[in-house]
Design a protein around this ligand. Structure first.
Ligand code: SAH
Length: 207
């Protein structure tokens, strides 16, 4: 699995221009196979998303790497993740940042992710089951927010909970066309910058 992980980092990340050393090291450290369903373990390091049940997917490594580099996760103290899903990206965030809060609306997925992350020894993560569109006010302001499901519009609560100087990566769009977008919060408001085309499951604005 170590060899597969190294190959994933070289061909899927380095060769496509991911150069943030801390992000690449995190991908080398964090195993991906514990986060996929057992029938898919042989494909865990492939260049694609995989089903994790409930119609949800573990994101493609490259898209995660782009988001984590864009929000400068390695220098963040407080990070918020919306859409825990498998917990794989949560593990990468917990490796890069000081403290991570993660919100997932599907209880079974949240509990499964927490079990896996506890077993692997990650101790700087807090978990919540609920509607991530509302963020997690108690931990704000966040230096970085990573949203792993696609929104039609930028959720105002997430902008409110971002620190000035903070960064958020969020897929914006619908089922047909989406752009992974970087949002930076400045004293004067926000700036937005599209990073790449992407395809995420929808962000559902409900408990
Ligand atoms: N980063 C995860 C991505 C999982 S897919 C991984 O790589 O495994 C996106 C996740 O977002 C799904 O688990 C879905 O249930 C969750 N989600 C969708 N809308 C949500 C919302 N409003 N609040 C919290 N989680 C949400």
């Amino acid at each position: 699995m170590d060899i597969e992980r190294e190959a994933m980092v070289e061909t899927q990340l380095v060769d496509r221009g991911i150069s943030d050393r801390a992000v690449l090291d995190a991908f080398l450290q964090v195993p991906r196979h514990p986060f996929v369903l057992s029938p898919d373990r042989d494909w865990a390091y492939g260049d694609h998303p995989l089903s994790i049940g409930f119609g949800q997917t573990i994101s493609q490594p490259y898209v995660i790497a782009l988001a984590l580099s864009a929000v400068s996760a390695a220098t963040a103290s407080a990070v918020l993740e919306i859409g825990t899903g498998s917990g794989y990206q949560t593990a990468l965030l917990a490796t890069l940042a000081k403290a991570v809060r993660t919100v997932e609306r599907i209880g079974v997925l949240a509990r499964r992710a927490q079990e896996t992350l506890d077993r692997l020894g990650y101790a700087n993560i807090r978990y919540r089951i609920g509607n991530g569109v509302l963020g997690w006010a108690e931990g704000a302001p966040y230096d970085a927010i990573v949203v792993s499901a696609a929104a039609r519009t930028i959720p105002p609560a997430l902008v409110a909970q971002l620190a000035i100087g903070g960064r958020m990566a969020i897929p914006l769009g619908d089922g047909f066309s989406q752009k992974l977008t970087l949002i930076k919060k400045t004293p004067d408001g926000i700036t937005t910058e599209p990073l790449c085309d992407c395809r995420f499951v929808p962000l559902i604005d409900a408990e």
